[in-house]
Design a protein around this ligand. Structure first.
Ligand code: COA
Length: 312
């Protein structure tokens, strides 16, 4: 019998501290109005000095495990998508495994920038379909504000911290219907953190245009590949970078705005954590029903991109 992966539960964590656009007005030459109009962001959460991507991942994972009724040792694989690991090594996933007191899984990190969660889902799905594992904990966690130059108004207003977790389990019914991932290193310098400066540097306007075109094309291709039309989609859960990017993509594929889960207003861009955070937000607010067709879609530094189509 063919095996599929189902998302059986989600969890998320957002740091306590909230930084508003008004707060940013006191830090750089910007305004609440400019940020709202250009990005749709009103506020974002900021991890404290002593809070790491592992701490946030741990909190999100505990909720996902509780919601699924699974114990730590029921998990046989842990994949963490992050660009802001607590240590160079061991990986965030192994540190998370230790915190969860899990001794039955293999664990590793994956970096595909803001597309990391989609890449991690693809890897988890492949291991489940090949019957290597049964239960996978997939986490996106970022302390992305640790990579900000707080004097650069082009970037410091855009990002926020947090973590989201999803538990995937083997099932005889789908589940994940299809994954598509891609990358193109030609654009390596348009959005980057160089090791000499260790801060995000971005050519915002170029990223904006390429993100809209790539995500629009990817959504259409994902539907076509699965013989579906946009009417089949109950929810689009896109990477939350900018409400203007998200709305432009929705217009390209004729998806009504009310079918989009939008959390960028209060989360900002949380990189690899943004889709699982938005998914858990939708779940916690009972927006998603069983059997709903959902499309995840992301775009990030590299560039990288990816989509997941699934039946909930
Ligand atoms: N407050 C006020 N003014 C700002 C500002 C801020 N926070 N940031 C930039 N500006 C200024 C610029 O300096 C520029 O001024 P100038 O015309 O005097 O040079 C002006 O606003 C327009 O800048 P521009 O970069 O053309 O604005 P934009 O409409 O492209 O919006 C972004 C800027 C960053 C919001 C937009 O390009 C964007 O969202 N890009 C995608 C970024 C992203 O999502 N990255 C992550 C992808 S995973």
């Amino acid at each position: 019998m063919q095996k599929y992966s189902r998302i059986i539960s989600t969890g998320s964590y957002l740091p306590q501290k909230i930084l508003t656009n008004k707060d940013l007005e006191n830090m750089v030459d910007t305004s609440h109005e400019w940020i709202i109009e250009r990005t749709g962001i009103e506020s974002r959460h900021i991890a404290s000095e002593c809070e790491s991507s592992v701490d946030m991942a741990y909190n999100a994972s505990l909720i996902a495990m509780k919601n699924a009724g699974l114990n730590s040792n029921d998990i046989d694989m842990i994949v963490v998508a992050t660009t802001t690991p607590e240590r160079k090594f061991p990986s965030t996933a192994v540190l998370l495994q230790n915190r969860l007191k899990n001794n039955s899984a293999f664990a590793f990190d994956l970096n595909a920038a803001c597309t990391g969660f989609i890449y991690a889902l693809d890897v988890a799905d492949t291991y489940i379909k090949n019957e290597v594992v049964n239960n996978v904990l997939v986490v996106g966690t970022e302390k992305i504000t640790s990579l900000l130059d707080w004097s650069d108004r082009n970037t410091c207003v855009l990002f926020g911290d947090g973590a989201g977790a999803a538990l995937l389990s083997s099932s005889e019914i789908p589940g994940i219907i299809s994954n598509t991932i891609g990358s193109d290193g030609t654009y390596k310098d348009l959005l980057t953190v160089n090791t000499d400066r260790e801060v995000i540097e971005m050519s915002g306007n170029d990223v904006f245009k390429i993100a809209v075109n790539t995500m629009g094309k990817l959504a259409s291709e994902t539907l076509a590949k699965n013989n579906m039309t946009v009417e089949s989609i109950d929810w689009l859960i896109p990477h939350q970078a900018n409400s203007r990017i998200i709305n432009a993509v929705a217009r390209k594929i004729n998806l009504p705005e009310e079918k989009i889960i939008m959390t960028v207003k209060t989360h900002g861009n949380t990189s690899a954590a943004s889709i699982p955070l938005a998914l858990d937000h939708a779940n916690s607010n009972n927006l998603i029903k069983k059997n709903d067709i959902i499309m995840f879609e992301a775009f990030g530094a590299g560039f990288t991109w990816g989509s997941t189509l699934l039946k909930y």
